[in-house]
Structure formats: C-alpha cells, structure tokens
Design a protein around this ligand. Structure first.
Ligand code: NAP
Length: 260
C-alpha cells in the first residue's frame, strides 16, 4: 500500500535510537524528509547519515533536549511547517513514589506530557490551515495498564493522553489526525537497561530476564523496533484520516482483554 507520504516533512523527536529511530526509518522509506532530534549530537548524526544512505531522503539532525523550550525551538526552526510530528522522549526512572520530590515530577511532566503538548501547540494550526497533519505520540502500555515501579510514567503520560483525546476531536475536521501508540516491551536500550537493573537486583542473568519478558507475551517474544516504526508510519499515512484519537497498544497481545 502506498501511504501517500512521498515528499512530506516530519519532525521525529528523540530519534537517534530505539523506537524514535525506527519511526524515522519507516517514514524515510515512504519518502518523507526528516528533522530528527536527540541530546547526544554524535549518535544523532550517525543515525541521520544511516537514514540518508538507506533511503536517500533529506535528514537534518538537530541536537537538543526536547523537554526544553530551546530544544523544541531548534527542531521547529529546522522544520517550521511539518506535515508530520512524532512526539517522543526518554522515559522517567523506575522507583518508589515516596522517593520522588517535586523536581523529579516536574522533570517527568516536562518530558512526557508538556513537551509533546507544546510541540503540538506550535504546529497544529499550520497543519489545519494546510489541511494535512499527522501527529503520533509515543506513550506507553503503562497508560492502559499501570506499572507500579513506573509511577511517573503512569501519571505524566495519562495526562498527555487525556489532553490528546480532547484535541484530536477538535482538529480532525481539518484533516489533522492525532493518535497515540502505546509500546509494550520492545528490544531497545531502554528495555536492555531495565533488564540489566532487574538482573542485578534479582541476581539472575540478564538473558534470563529478557527471556521472561518474551515469554510473558502471547507472541513469545519482545517487539522489534522496526515493527513499531511501521505502525507509526501507517498512522501517519494520508489514508488514515478516519482513525482519530486512538491509543494503539503494541504489546504482542500482553494486555488480556476481549476488546483491546
Ligand atoms: P531508548 O532506546 O533509550 O532511546 C531513547 C531515544 O530518545 C534516544 O535517541 C535518546 O537519545 C532520545 N532522548 C531521550 N531523552 C531525550 C530528550 N529529553 N530529548 C531528546 N531526545 C531524547 O528508548 P526507547 O525504548 O526507544 O523508548 C522511547 C520511549 O518509549 C520512552 O519514553 C520509553 O519510556 C517509552 N517506552 C518504551 C518501551 C520499550 O519497551 N522500549 C516500552 C514502553 C514505553 P539521547 O539520550 O542522546 O537524548
């Protein structure tokens, strides 16, 4: 299926590694020119060059912290009129909520709730005026099924989800379509570092922890970031204008329910 995206422009946040990188690659394969961001300039430029070599699209690497105003301004300056915005950032730390002070919460809310909201605010009216926009927010399965040690993720991302649910219905008439994708376990650095921490805590080899994660899903495996990227590209397609305000859970069937 031709997704109808050739020649479009996208900002993909937090895209030097993991799920953001996979989204950038899948969009580039559809002929989308990219602005990609991440804090570590060397990793980001490496990914940008890989995508250029792989697909031939234009890729501008904009280093910066997307949870800051400066980071967002730099991305928007490189692509003031995006057709597509993929919101993403690192996740908040694991822990016990009794140990988190106000600063820790503000950091999580800045990163996982306010950064996407302010980027949406910056681009949504232009998208509406041009009668095309696709926005995908990378959130987490924790929005649907809270993870006790990820209280800040559960909370901050739920705030974003509530906001998006309302806005998605206000802008759809102008062909600006906003959806969220909720990753379950995908094999990225974040999953590996979580597995490493669990391996130290439980004194169990890291491979065993990863095998447990895999066995815990009906697919018997963890997700491949490329699968996530392709789902993201699909939700950015010109052809999905009637899929509005959804929360697409990509967890290999882990969440047990009659209707997902
Ligand atoms: P990852 O492999 O650790 O990659 C994170 C990427 O984001 C890197 O490119 C990183 O580069 C960039 N980044 C982090 N914080 C940033 C910031 N403030 N500004 C700009 N770039 C930033 O993580 P991932 O697994 O792809 O996860 C992506 C998101 O999905 C996270 O929010 C994570 O919590 C969520 N999630 C992931 C899973 C999973 O199984 N992988 C499951 C549920 C939810 P720099 O460090 O250089 O900035």
């Amino acid at each position: 299926m031709d997704l109808g995206l050739k020649g479009k422009k996208a900002i993909v946040c937090a895209a030097s590694k993991g799920l953001g990188r996979a989204c950038a690659i899948s969009l580039a394969r559809e002929g989308v020119d990219l602005v990609i961001t991440a804090r570590t300039a060397s990793d980001l430029e490496k990914t940008a060059e890989e995508i250029r070599q792989m697909t031939g699209v234009k890729v501008i690497a904009v280093p910066g912290d997307i949870s800051t105003e400066e980071g967002r301004a730099a991305a928007l300056a490189a692509c003031p009129e995006p057709d597509i915005l993929v919101n993403n950032a690192g996740g908040p730390p694991h822990g016990d909520f009794r140990e988190w002070d106000r600063d820790a919460w503000i950091k999580a809310i800045d990163q996982n709730m306010l950064a996407p909201i302010f980027l949406i605010k910056a681009v949504v009216d232009g998208m509406a005026a041009r009668k095309f926009g696709r926005i995908v927010n990378i959130t987490s399965a924790s929005v649907k099924s809270p993870i006790p040690v990820l209280g800040m993720s559960n909370g901050a991302r739920a705030g974003l989800t509530g906001f998006v649910a309302g806005l998605a219905r206000q802008v759809a008439k102008d062909n600006v379509i906003i959806n969220n994708i909720l990753p379950g376990p995908f094999l990225t650095d974040r999953l590996r570092s979580g597995a490493l921490a669990a391996s130290k805590q439980r004194n169990v080899p890291v491979d065993e922890i990863l095998a447990e994660r895999a066995a815990g899903t009906p697919t018997g495996r963890v997700g491949d970031p490329a699968e996530f990227g392709d789902a993201c590209a699909f939700l950015c397609s010109a052809k999905i204008g009637f899929i509005v305000g959804h929360n697409l859970l990509l967890d290999g069937g882990n969440f047990n329910s009659t209707i997902a």
